[in-house]
Design a binder for this molecule. Structure first.
Ligand SMILES: NC(=O)c1ccc[n+]([C@@H]2O[C@H](COP(=O)([O-])OP(=O)(O)OC[C@H]3O[C@@H](n4cnc5c(N)ncnc54)[C@H](OP(=O)(O)O)[C@@H]3O)[C@@H](O)[C@H]2O)c1
Length: 316
């Protein structure tokens, strides 16, 4: 089968299309014929080994242990392992593996996938898992979002942000999205009540207070964000620079309770929750660009520029 291999950490030019053996599903795995995959910073961090300690975490100190990237996948089940009970050959599924999605076939654990809603294309479904789970778990689990709360989504136009705006609206919160000028219409169209253009206005200085801030970009200091939080407000950092994340972790360990970081975790219950929102039309994927499998390196160059409008999808 064809797959995008990377055998050295570094720039996207280290990725190339190659022929590799088709994988065989383990006992609890399904073999998926990939129709679409999407790009996440998770993949990009593995490609670049950024931060450096990712090499220790995945067990590839000098060269990548997993030679095919791609976590978010949508496709059709072609074979199942002997312990698999939830899927059969021919089922259309989507979910989040860890590696291997930028290829014609991938094997994944069955408990990381669910059936694809009929009203979603494969491209749309592949754009969902990691970004939407991050938004959902950040807002609902870490942020304890409630109806009528004032919620700020910083970085509202990217993969996580476009889902966060819609998910916050589905909880009937009043949403303010922060993005750059050219994306204001997009963020408004996703349901944001207010949109702040970060190139013209500093959201931490406009005298507004929020009950919940979901931050995917983290360009301000912790004290700036604390200033715009209501007394019981919660600040949840899901993205941004590694130094800012460490700063936040340090602060939250030193007794400040209403700020924190989070890492999304894949589970079927939350995927099913998102599938219901997709079926009802309360959320939808925003796809900026589609790249054929052979042009995956180009997709990564576009992604690492940092101004994606929603998600980037690899079509297989
Ligand atoms: N915690 C987790 O489990 C988890 C999971 C997934 C992702 N993440 C992290 O979340 C972050 C966002 O991921 P993503 O996939 O959404 O990335 P993305 O699609 O590249 O989106 C990044 C967004 O940040 C915006 N941005 C850039 N500078 C900004 C600024 N100064 N103020 C406000 N917004 C700004 C950009 O908007 P403009 O184009 O309008 O500038 C862009 O839309 C990344 O750091 C990623 O590592 C964390």
């Amino acid at each position: 089968m064809k797959a995008i291999l990377y055998t050295r950490y570094g720039p996207p030019s280290n990725m190339h299309l190659d022929e590799v053996e088709k994988p065989v599903p383990g006992d609890n795995q399904i073999l998926i014929k990939v129709k679409a995959a999407s790009v996440n910073s998770y993949d990009w961090r593995h490609l670049r080994a950024n931060p450096f300690f990712i090499r220790f975490m995945v067990g590839g100190l000098f060269k990548p242990k997993h030679r095919i990237l791609g976590a978010d996948v949508a496709g059709t089940v072609e074979a199942v392992g002997r312990n698999v009970t939830q899927f059969k050959s021919g089922d259309d599924v989507f979910g989040e593996g860890s590696y291997g999605g930028f290829a014609e076939y991938v094997c994944v654990d069955e408990n990381r996938f669910i059936l694809k809603p009929d009203n979603q294309t494969f491209d749309e479904a592949a754009a969902v898992p990691m970004a939407a789970l991050t938004a959902l778990q950040g807002l609902r689990d870490k942020g304890k979002i409630q109806a009528k709360q004032k919620v700020l989504v910083n970085g509202a136009s990217g993969g996580v942000g476009t889902f966060a705006v819609q998910i916050a609206r589905s909880f009937e919160a009043e949403v303010t999205g922060v993005c750059s000028t050219s994306k204001m219409d997009l963020v408004r169209s996703l349901g944001a009540d207010n949109v702040v253009d970060y190139t013209k206005e500093d959201v931490t200085k406009n005298n507004q207070k929020y009950d919940l801030i979901l931050d995917t970009a983290a360009h301000r200091s912790v004290s700036d964000y604390k200033r715009i939080l209501n007394p019981d407000g919660v600040y949840v950092l899901v993205g941004g620079s590694i130094s800012r994340i460490f700063q936040l972790m340090f602060k939250s360990k030193s007794g400040v309770k209403n700020i924190g970081t989070m890492v999304a975790s894949i589970n079927q219950k939350d995927l099913l929750f998102l599938a219901e929102l997709l079926k009802s039309g309360k959320i939808k994927s925003v796809i900026d660009k589609r790249f054929p499998l052979a042009d995956t390196a180009e997709a990564f160059r576009y992604f690492e520029a940092g101004h994606t409008r929603g998600k980037i999808v690899i079509t297989v």
